[in-house]
Ligand binder design. Structure first.
Ligand SMILES: Cc1cc2nc3c(=O)[nH]c(=O)nc-3n(C[C@H](O)[C@H](O)[C@H](O)COP(=O)(O)O)c2cc1C
Length: 388
């Protein structure tokens, strides 16, 4: 039989383990560890914390599709790093009791310049509906990807949003077929179409391929299960879509047409010449060409070329309110975020997207106050400085 002192010690340990204080202590030590993963959206203190939660929630093939860039992922990394090349110039003693973050896009006033980028696959059973409902709660613009629209018609997404959403188009070499899609979404009442042009020649997404090799489940929406179908060197597509196609598109619809995927002044000028109503500076979140150039680094040459003739938006690597602020200071009318809300929806559905939007909106509010800018119009070139 164990001596009394041993029995007393064991009884004391049992008591300690069953006590709420112990549970608090355990969660405290978990929260202090670097590998702490949020289990509820309310726990997140910034949007990056949703990344680990999504990774935990998703099987490897899905995670690979979401995370991937192209080649060595230099562009993906550059997108994030690009924001550190600009620094803020805070201003003091400004009455910032009222901050107005609203922006006008084609006659519609949005309460926030932070919009949800089109993403072809949404890893949640409610898909685009979950995202649209979150956009409604947080009063944000959402752009429905063509891949999503095939599963959930745009009319029904608008119902979930409780208002208009934009549609993102991919054109195919059979342009007559593309025009049929354009007519259909226009007749559904879509006000604005975003034509994505940066994946037409094909891409080389290696992280997707690498992770799908170890994911044997059948999931055709984002990856194939046969490892032989991964093509070393990437998927080359024989593209015949050109600026002439933009002319046909322009003539075919009364919807506003934005071109997404522009990175150079030459193409920015062509966008205006061929009648685009707006431009989205984007490298598809580092998923199209391995340029190595951050999208934020491409914004200035596009803005300078366009000279206010059409609005310019930007996306890629935006993870902080300060990133949004810097993009607006460099001349963007609004910004899109992709992966952050994808992490949110993958881990927590609608509530995850709401939390991501709420954090970014809040961070933007704080930085606008710090810089003494009470409206988006007050954010300008003097609000930031390029790191020397
Ligand atoms: C998983 C995933 C799927 C995407 N699908 C599409 C798509 O179908 N159409 C499109 O125009 N862009 C698509 N994009 C690109 C986004 O619209 C956006 O340009 C990019 O995510 C912005 O970069 P960020 O993820 O760093 O915020 C996708 C991006 C991701 C991460």
């Amino acid at each position: 039989m164990a001596p009394d002192s041993d029995r007393n010690r064991r009884a004391f340990l049992r008591l300690l383990l069953s006590s709420p204080l112990f549970a608090y202590g355990a969660s405290l030590s978990a929260a202090l560890q670097d590998d702490f993963v949020i289990t509820r959206p309310e726990q997140a203190i910034n949007v990056m914390e949703f990344e680990a939660a999504a990774r935990k929630a998703l099987p490897p093939g899905h995670w690979g599709y979401l995370a991937t860039g192209v080649d060595d992922e230099e562009t993906l990394k550059a997108n994030r790093e690009g924001y550190s090349h600009f620094q803020l110039r805070p201003r003091r003693l400004v009455d910032t009791s009222k901050i107005d973050m609203s922006v006008d896009l084609f006659g519609t006033q949005w309460e926030t310049p932070i919009a949800l980028a089109p993403c072809g696959t949404i890893f949640h059973p409610e898909g685009a509906y979950a995202v649209a409902r979150a956009a409604q709660t947080r009063k944000a613009l959402t752009i429905v990807a063509s891949g999503q629209e095939e599963q959930r018609p745009i009319e029904t997404v608008m119902k979930a949003r409780g208002g208009p959403v934009w549609y993102q188009l991919y054109a195919s070499n059979d342009f007559d077929d593309t025009l049929k899609t354009v007519k259909r979404v226009e007749s559904a009442g879509t006000p604005v179409m975003v034509w994505t042009v940066d994946t037409l020649p094909g891409t080389n997404r290696e992280t997707t391929q690498r992770l799908r090799r170890i994911d044997t489940r059948d999931c055709k929406s984002c990856h194939t299960t046969d490892p032989r179908t991964g093509r070393p060197g990437g998927e080359f597509r024989s593209n015949t879509v050109t600026w002439e196609s933009m002319r046909r598109l322009r003539d075919a619809t009364k919807m506003k047409v934005l071109i997404k995927g522009i990175l150079t002044s030459e193409d920015a000028e062509l966008c205006v010449q061929y009648g685009a109503d707006g431009i989205i500076v984007s490298n598809h979140g580092g998923r199209s060409a391995e340029t190595g150039r951050a999208s934020i680094e491409c914004l200035t040459e596009v803005v300078q070329t366009v000279r206010g003739r059409v609005p310019v938006l930007v996306d890629g690597g935006i993870r902080r309110g300060t990133d949004v602020f810097k993009a607006l200071a460099l001349g963007a009318r609004a910004v899109l975020v992709g992966r952050p809300y994808q992490w949110g929806v993958s881990a927590f559905g609608q509530a995850g997207v709401e939390a991501v939007l709420s954090i970014l909106q809040n961070e933007l509010h704080v930085v606008m106050s710090q810089c003494g800018t009470r409206s988006i119009a007050e954010i300008g070139p003097n609000s930031i400085v390029r790191r020397s």
